[in-house]
Design a protein around this ligand. Structure first.
Ligand code: NAP
Length: 354
């Protein structure tokens, strides 16, 4: 399968989202042309303004409802590659299908459109999640690309609307990724493209999408703001801050991974974990307090928690580890550190007057 390289044209779905807009930027900076999809004209405005200097190398098209049959038929025409990131990530679903339906049908829909109208497409990258791999465990576990999150599927099957919000989201990502691989396996003989899937855990870092208030940040970035930029961590106890956390990656490193996954031939047919490592909220809080001069935030100051009580403290236990050798081998990815991401994220809040 030929690798994709600039000046190829890449379709990015959900281009106005927190992660996708960094993917658009990374692609444009590397010399690609980008066609982004958003749900309405209103959501196109910020993208058009932010990337206006790229002229006709950047375009935005409207795909109102990604679950509709043929929704991406026009958008896939003439592109060399696709980055499918559009999928809901929120904790407000009552019926799990509110998440599962757009996640699964959006993913299968874009693949179907590429099957029918994507004769020029060489590679499709789907933004899945660590949610499709990990499971909750009372004792530490290491998971790899060989693992599937069957646990969330069982819980959602059993409890339906009563399942925890995070389990509904994890189920949507697991089912969407399974559907993508199933579609690929059924149709690989009839398409010019191959499939690559990225599995990042929590994504943190600065925001360049259209957000005017911190309360309108996307789910992961809002959690970071609430715990790391509020003097009392939005009411979280010190014990919670020292004991709560999983794995993470910086949004800019993830955007870079999306570009590399198009370019590296060996990424075809692979799911790839993109994780910088483990965290506890206390780690980010300590990094925030080490910034000199301290960021001036409208929240009135930084939380302190219990300094040093996070990763590295003898009593700290991480329950989930990701095997990350595949990303290193195929993509050669380097990750930002907790210190770098925290510094840049707080500088972003300060610049935004938050
Ligand atoms: P985000 O800022 O909320 O962006 C989500 C994007 O998907 C937006 O463009 C959104 O469009 C679109 N979308 C959501 N629901 C939709 C629906 N029902 N129909 C059509 N479009 C819909 O979230 P994000 O954090 O960037 O997430 C992007 C992708 O990364 C998702 O696939 C998510 O599962 C995955 N991911 C995120 C994280 C993380 O920590 N952030 C970690 C792992 C994987 P609107 O703006 O119009 O709603």
């Amino acid at each position: 399968m030929p690798a994709v390289k600039p000046p190829c044209k890449v379709l990015v779905s959900g281009a106005n989202g927190y992660i996708a807009i960094w993917v658009v930027r990374a692609l444009l900076e590397k010399g690609y042309s980008v066609r982004g999809t958003v749900r309405s004209e209103e959501k196109a405005a910020h993208l058009r303004q932010l990337f206006s200097s790229y002229g006709d190398k950047h375009e935005v098209v409207i795909v109102e409802d990604i679950t509709k049959e043929g929704a991406f038929d026009e958008a896939v025409k003439g592109v060399d590659a696709i980055e499918h990131t559009a999928s809901p990530f929120h904790m407000n679903a009552d019926d799990p299908d509110e998440l599962i339906n757009p996640a699964v049908n959006g993913t299968v829909g874009i693949l179907k459109s590429a099957l029918k109208h994507g004769q020029s497409v060489k590679r499709i990258v789907v933004t899945s999640s660590g949610a499709a791999i990990q499971r909750d465990s009372p004792t530490p576990i290491t998971v790899s690309e060989l693992d599937w999150n069957e646990q969330c599927l069982e819980i959602v099957r059993e409890k339906g609307r009563g399942a925890p919000a995070m389990m509904k989201y994890r189920a949507s990502k697991t089912l969407a990724e399974k559907a993508a691989w199933e579609f690929w396996n059924q149709n690989k003989a009839n398409v010019s493209w191959d499939l690559s899937v990225l599995n990042p855990p929590f994504v943190f870092g600065p925001a360049i999408h259209a957000v005017t208030t911190a309360s309108s940040l996307n789910t992961s970035a809002m959690l970071f703001y609430n715990h790391v930029a509020h003097p009392n961590s939005s009411g979280a106890t010190n014990e919670f801050l020292a004991s709560t956390g999983t794995c993470w990656t910086d949004v800019r490193d993830l955007a870079g991974a999306h570009v590399l996954s198009l370019e590296k031939e060996a990424a075809g047919g692979e799911r790839i974990i993109i994780s910088a490592g483990n965290w506890k909220w206390q780690d980010f809080i300590d990094a925030a307090n080490a910034i000199s001069p301290p960021p001036k935030l409208a929240t009135g100051g930084l939380p302190k928690g219990n300094p040093g009580a996070g990763t590295g403290h003898p009593s700290t236990v991480h329950l989930l580890y990701y095997e990350t050798a595949k990303a290193a081998r195929i993509l050669g990815l380097k990750y930002r550190t907790i210190t770098e991401t925290t510094k840049d994220t707080l500088a972003d809040y300060e610049a935004k007057g938050w």
